[in-house]
Design a protein around this ligand. Structure first.
Ligand code: SAH
Length: 282
């Protein structure tokens, strides 16, 4: 018989390896087609519980999106009114490949060995950055993928703010622009307060630096210096750090430029790497 620590959550028994080892279980459990399911919080996954929320595919279009946000609120993942409003306004269904479970709490493959993060992960990052996403502020989204979170940032900071998304896969950037155009964030793209670019996100995006908020949607083996340099004094960066075992780090730069870091949760993200490494050179 297998022996491992067990715990009960939401009426279910889980056989739980030590927290650091949970990723092995979850990664292998959540494989879909050939693409690994990545970009979710291992801790939130149990707290909220992922396996149940995955089933919350209730409705389509804005009804499904609203139900997704309601469930994230119900499970305590979303506590911010503003974050709930923004996630309700931006239909996740417009950002995922046709036919995928847009409103289930799960990451989804988007091609090029990348995934759109799970909704609980987007909500978590939006809440961690909320104070630095006030109207008129500037944000950088590294590894912008589908453009979903970049679009949420743009709705948070509004037309007076500035949001930049950077991804190193040109096809994903093209797709993200089309996704945003179809959404309520489309007018912000048109007006130029939101832009999506092809580039190596490890170098940040100097043009609009410094940023109040920096989000990195792929796991860095170490925090790129360029991103620390482009963070405004008083600003905050949220970045998954690690290779196999990863932690979501919250980095605060104080007004005197000193850096404080803390760990929010254990996560599993695709790596922040070179284009060739990610795609195998195609
Ligand atoms: N946050 C996005 C995508 C997450 S997947 C979403 O939820 O839709 C991680 C993304 O990081 C992928 O799109 C991948 O192409 C990108 N990425 C990985 N390394 C990168 C790098 N060095 N520069 C820019 N983007 C990178």
């Amino acid at each position: 018989m297998r022996s491992c620590p067990t715990f009960t959550a939401f009426g279910r028994h889980y056989c739980a390896p030590p927290r650091r080892l949970v990723s092995l279980t979850f990664t292998s459990l959540h494989r879909h087609n050939s693409a690994p399911f990545l970009n979710f919080s291992l801790f939130t996954a149990f707290r909220s519980p992922f396996s149940r929320m995955e089933q919350f595919q209730t409705g389509t279009g804005s009804t499904g999106n609203k139900a997704m946000v309601e469930n994230l609120k119900r499970f305590g993942v979303i506590s911010s009114k503003k974050v709930a409003e923004v996630m309700e306004a931006l239909d996740r269904g417009l950002f995922v490949p046709v036919g995928s479970s847009a409103y289930a709490d799960t990451p989804l493959p988007i091609g090029y060995n990348a995934t759109i993060s799970a909704p609980h992960m987007h909500a978590t990052c939006l809440q961690l950055l909320e104070d630095k996403l006030q109207p008129g502020m500037r944000a950088l989204d590294v590894g912008s993928g589908t453009g979903y979170l970049t679009g949420c940032f743009a709705l948070m900071v509004g037309a007076e703010g500035r949001v930049v998304g950077v991804d190193h896969i040109p096809q994903l950037v093209d797709m993200s622009i089309k996704n945003v155009e179809k959404s309520v964030a489309g007018s912000l793209l048109q007006k130029g307060s939101l832009s999506l670019h092809v580039g190596d996100g490890r170098k940040g995006w100097g043009e609009f630096a410094p940023y109040d908020a920096i989000h990195v949607g792929a796991a860095a083996s170490e925090i790129p210096q360029a991103l620390l340099d482009q963070l405004k004094p008083g600003g905050r960066m949220v970045i998954p750090v690690g290779t196999y075992f990863q932690e979501l780090k919250v980095i605060d730069k104080s007004e005197d430029g000193s850096i404080k870091a803390r760990t929010e949760t254990s996560v599993r993200y695709v790596p922040l790497t070179s284009r060739v490494e990610q795609t195998g050179g195609f």
